[in-house]
Design a protein around this ligand. Structure first.
Ligand code: ADP
Ligand code: MG
Length: 346
């Protein structure tokens, strides 16, 4: 039984809530001239920079399940996935705005829990939460985040910039968030069948955390800048490697070859995929929600990233006529398709 305090939203009203959020979210950046409290936020972007703006929406029942998602993690994730889009443009994030659709199921304390996670993410990424909108909802929680960032125009990296014979790189490892989701869904079913059962999540901590609390790879963006590597094209891995690679190839009008044995996978992801009788390759190609970065670099930059612990070269780009292909471990050359890996068994 929880004895936590519960303040109904109706007790303090929308304005009361906004006042509390305002006190909780003081602006930190000198680029924030007006934060929550006026009709619009007023933010400065550095001179000679362009603005990057991106928005993403998370809906209860579609993007998250509150039966196993801690509200604080949800708040963190809502910010992180938006910052990931700014990172994927090689941008520097500066501000976010948050739209909330709330049902009266949510207490003020629950909403504050979401904002605690958001604040943590804002502090981690060095950005300010400068406003938003609040509305009621009759069907679950909705969170819409708009992220704003900037960069010099010639430092912005597009999906369309890859050149023939560039190296294709990916950060971190793939498929973990998807396998984390499978574990959470399984434990939910176990719990529904027998509420006395304790969820078995301890041995799956890494992949579960990858699902519940992903990070935007701003660390890699800063790193690449420091070592003097400007990617030729870039995208973040939200829908799975296959889909993102196809996006880059389509926008850059190129083909590609990638190699299964180069694809980075954590042993826990691999073992859990086997446990669920899923093909680890399918999981990496189509899993989604990893929020790693997929990017291309000129071959001349290879030496600079060769020993980078968080970057793996997985293949190279080719003329468009060659198509987008993967060399499997069995030495088969298979075309990459966005859904083609589903139910593919080795
Ligand atoms: P308006 O009627 O002008 O849209 P609101 O009452 O919606 O004003 O918002 C007042 C202030 O509170 C604005 O600065 C707005 O950005 C901020 N705000 C409203 N809802 C949220 C929210 N969920 N999170 C953060 N800031 C919010
Ligand atoms: Mg409003």
């Amino acid at each position: 039984m929880t004895t936590a305090k519960r303040t109904e939203l109706s007790e303090i009203g929308e304005f009361g809530l906004i006042e509390r959020l305002r006190g909780f979210l003081p602006a930190k950046s000198s680029n924030t001239l007006q934060s929550i409290g006026d009709d619009a936020a007023v933010c400065r972007i550095p001179e000679h920079n362009v603005q990057l703006i991106s928005t993403d929406m998370l809906m209860e029942g579609v993007h998250f399940d509150l039966s196993y998602t801690p509200l604080m993690h949800l708040g963190y994730k809502a910010i992180a996935v938006n910052i990931s889009d700014i990172a994927a443009m090689n941008g520097i994030p500066s501000h976010v705005l948050v739209g909330l659709a709330l049902s009266n199921r949510f207490s003020v304390e629950a909403i504050e829990e979401i904002y605690k996670g958001m604040k943590l993410a804002c502090d981690d990424y060095g950005i300010d939460l400068v406003g938003g909108d609040t509305t009621s909802s009759r069907s679950g929680l909705g969170i819409s985040v708009t992220a704003i960032g900037f960069n010099e125009p010639d430092k912005v990296v597009y999906r369309s910039g890859a050149q023939v014979n560039d190296l294709i790189c990916v950060t971190g490892d793939l498929g973990a968030a998807f396998m984390g989701l499978q574990v959470l869904e399984r434990e939910k079913q176990v719990y529904l069948a027998n509420p006395d059962m304790q969820p078995e999540l301890q041995t799956k901590e890494y992949i579960v955390q990858r699902q519940l609390r992903p990070e935007a790879r701003m660390d890699v963006i800063k790193n690449l800048k420091r070592i003097g590597v400007q990617p030729t094209s870039m995208i973040d891995v939200s829908d799975g490697l296959a889909s993102e690679l196809l996006h880059i190839c389509k926008e850059s009008q190129l083909g590609a070859y990638i190699y299964e044995d180069k694809l980075p996978i954590d042993p826990m992801t691999f073992d859990t995929a086997r446990e669920f009788e899923l093909d680890p390759l399918t999981v990496m190609m189509n899993g989604g929600e990893d929020y790693e970065l997929l990017f291309t670099i000129a071959q001349a930059d290879y030496e600079k990233i060769r020993n980078h612990p968080d970057i793996t070269v997985i293949g190279y780009t080719k003329p468009i006529e060659e198509g987008v292909n993967i060399y499997t471990k069995g030495e088969n050359l298979v075309p990459v398709t966005a859904q083609g890996w589903n139910h593919f068994k080795v």
